[in-house]
Design a binder for this molecule. Sequence first.
Ligand code: NDP
Length: 517
Amino acid sequence: MPTEFRNEPFTDFTNHENKKLMESALTKVASEFDREYPIVIGKENIITENKIKSFNPSNKTEIVGIAQKGTVALAEKAIDVALKTFHSWKNTKPSERADYLFKIADLMRQKKHELSATMVYEIGKSWAEADADTAEAIDFCEFYGREALRYAEGQPLVQWPGETNKLTYLPLGVGAVIPPWNFPCAILVGMTAASVATGNTVVLKPASDTPIIAAKFMEIVQKSGLPAGVINFVTGSGSDVGETFIKSPNIRFVSFTGSKEVGLHIVEECGKTKTGQNWIKRFIVEMGGKDAIIVDEEADIDSAVEGVAVAAFGFQGQKCSACSRAIVLEKIYDTFLTKLVDRVKKIAVGPTKDFNNYMGPVSSESAYKKIMDYIQIGEKEGRLLCGGESIGSSGYFIQPTIIADIDPNARIAQEEIFGPVLAVIKAKDFDTALTIANGTQYGLTGAVYTKNVNKIEKAKQEFFVGNLYINRKCTGALVGVQPFGGFNMSGTDSKAGGQDYLLQFLQAKSICEKINR
Ligand code: NDP
């Protein structure tokens, strides 16, 4: 039996040794920028004619690596291989499957800084953010490995005289795993690990902005000795590879994390039953957020300022859990804003290979354009307090931006911007603040800063979010500690990193055997 689950510790980069290790990982990764990474289907490593070049958003001219551009035919081939492999993989012992995950976790630990350095270059994560992403990926393997063993025990049942009754969990079949670019290691690994730990096989399509970190994970999978065909890896576009996966009658479930638009499209497609399809397709769909932090007049204001600044601008606001609305009580509104602006003006923005830069670039040209458009909209909807401009032209850098006096129904208070833009809304009292917080179509994370226990209780009852935090920031959920997933248009509330998660990848079989035949 494995030891009790423990979260992978974060690296302390103020420690000289650790800093040196990360610097050499960054050098190693940079020395391999010209490498090409294959599609992996079964035992085959496949090179295609067309390529996906993965650019460094800190330095637009730099290519971090080259991935293959998969086609519809390759996507179909991957599904075929996954289907064939399912017949053997479903019969492997849960302990054997769990051991593969533990092995993968170990191999990731050995390459921890290299994986993090890849994300620093490929998607502009700061060292700390990249390190947390890698640690979370390791956690998912360790946690779901143990969870698979727990589910293998079945479920205790009431026994009936003259019968033996038993409930066991079976895998579903072939799953399509479709992750986003913003946690390109953690979410990709988490959704994949959950699928295979439970005996399913997988076709995996990483986001087109982050194929290289995904390919490095796939190299680790191959090194772990996991049987070929259990995870089939196809880089390519959402419209070709992704569509083929979600529409195929041979896909039994889709595990997706990404935007509301694509998520709802997947829900719709999963509802269409194709000829030859013998099941209702299952979907686990985690989508966007418009997360709020309420700062009450009875809060520790300095602590709230820190929490809002970090949750709004960590990884450039590109987390589904990021604080994109600060709802501040009238009485402390001006004081809070003065302090917040002072704090945010100290944030260093620049290429994240430099440890001192807290904020890096936004992910891509299209993200950059979308965010700059929202800033223009926001400037018309409220009062720009800081930021609002891009920085330089070498990368997609945008200043941390705060726009105050926003109406709760304004566009920048309702639509997910997914960038370093914070809308600040004034509320006359705590109840109004809660109503505003709940007044979007999303319900992912939220936080409340207050010292008043009655208000804390009220928030626990009425703040309608999947992940609520009291007197701390609304980002940074840990595997096993804060199971993660949202309400309403934030998704199916799958609670990744929690004990309910694996159930979604399983089906239960109840077996009753008469005694004394
Ligand atoms: P997208 O929805 O744009 O993309 C997500 C994935 O879906 C990518 O791999 C993408 O491929 C793929 N895809 C796109 N179109 C299709 C299609 N028609 N069929 C199948 N697959 C398709 O999201 P982003 O990558 O931009 O991620 C950001 C979003 O993710 C935000 O909304 C954020 O809130 C959300 N998110 C939610 C989390 C949660 O737990 N609730 C956690 C993290 C992020 P390609 O890249 O090739 O287009």
